[in-house]
Design a protein around this ligand. Structure first.
Ligand code: X2X
Length: 341
């Protein structure tokens, strides 16, 4: 092709691209589906409402997010949520690290028994180098991770007896979440764990099919588990599950850089606010939620460091086994950061 005609063709192509660009907004969906496991009254759900409201306002309605509680987009099976996000069945989510652990083994880090003794230990992981590494891993798996939130420290409740030592949960039938690490932890403690979705757990607790469960206090109280016979509650801070705000990779790519920035900043803001809400009422300076739980006739048992040590000792082999699967370097780095916190 003579050079002049070639240049004319290139100019035409560039022109066509420039004309095509403004119509990009036409590729936006009328609604983006955001998945969460619990309802919008829980701290987790409030985080979802804050995020979606901020995005709707700041994009002037260009990005309209609808919250789907109860993991309803995957029929309540929360262990399938991550795969559904990757496949685009779900556009975005705020997910627990536990529920995504079957697909992203490194997220089991937060489920290692007695790794994180206090809130600064959680924060140093999520908001430090370890958190960055986990986001890199997620980025290679079809999602764009944007921010951290928190479900919370998972405390043990049951309908049978007060639990102060491993011997107290011997033989107890306990509902556990979807990562096999939990089966190992409670088997090591002598309990009889059974894996169940949150949707199935509530009727199972109500009918007495299971004796107990473990969940953050906001979930325990929000779901009124004291009304289904869960009268013994042990505070032992054995694991905590952070939440992660993500968007499906293709959905992310379909947005303008300006809108991507809005969605990312809104996720970070919503995550910060959600963590404050999740920690409300369960600390020594503000124990209002604990008081409320006690007012329902619940025996709340706070374990001493020595008592916690007895549980940690029994579950140490589980910690060691799973540290290998998660990646010994990542676990060592997490432990070092916790020591330095
Ligand atoms: O299923 C649970 O226990 C819950 C609600 O805490 C999670 O989704 C991890």
């Amino acid at each position: 092709m003579p050079i002049k005609r070639l240049m004319a063709a290139v100019a035409f192509a560039v022109g066509a691209l420039t004309i095509a660009a403004p119509s990009q907004a036409a590729n936006y969906k009328s609604e983006y589906k955001l998945s969460i496991v619990v309802g919008t009254t829980f701290p987790w759900g409030q985080g979802a409402v804050i995020w979606s409201d901020l995005v709707r306002e700041r994009t002037k309605g260009r990005i309209n997010i609808k919250v789907y509680p109860g993991t309803s987009l995957v029929q309540g099976d929360q262990t399938r949520e991550f795969t559904a996000i990757r496949q685009g069945v779900i556009d975005m989510a705020i997910g627990s690290t536990i529920n995504w652990s079957p697909q992203v083994k490194e997220l089991n880090l937060f489920s290692l028994p007695f790794l994180m003794p206090d809130y600064p230990a959680i924060d140093v992981l999520t908001h430090g180098k370890v958190g960055e590494k986990l986001f890199e891993i997620l980025s290679k798996k079809g999602v764009v991770p944007l921010a951290w939130g928190e479900n919370g420290y998972r405390q043990l409740s049951n309908s049978v007896r007060e639990v102060k030592a491993p011997a107290d949960i011997k033989g107890m039938k306990l509902r556990v979440v979807g990562s096999p690490l939990y089966i190992d932890t409670f088997t090591a403690l002598g309990a009889n764990p059974t894996q169940m979705s949150w949707a199935d757990a509530q009727p199972a607790l109500a009918s007495g099919a299971v004796d107990g469960q473990e969940n953050p206090l906001s979930i325990y109280a929000g779901a009124k588990l004291y009304d289904v016979g869960q009268k013994y509650l042990t505070l032992w801070n054995y694991v905590a599950d952070p939440l992660i705000f993500v968007v499906n990779k293709d959905v992310w790519a379909s947005w303008s850089p300006e809108d991507q920035k809005i969605v990312r900043e809104a996720a970070i803001e919503a995550g910060k606010q959600e963590i404050v809400i999740a920690r409300k009422g369960v600390t020594s300076t503000d124990n209002s939620l604990l008081k409320d739980i006690e007012s329902h006739g619940v025996t709340v048992t706070t374990l001493s460091p020595e008592q916690i040590g007895a549980f940690a000792k029994v579950t140490q082999p589980v910690f060691d086994k799973w540290a290998k699967q998660i990646g010994p370097d990542l676990v060592k780095e997490a432990q070092a950061d916790i020591t330095k916190r």
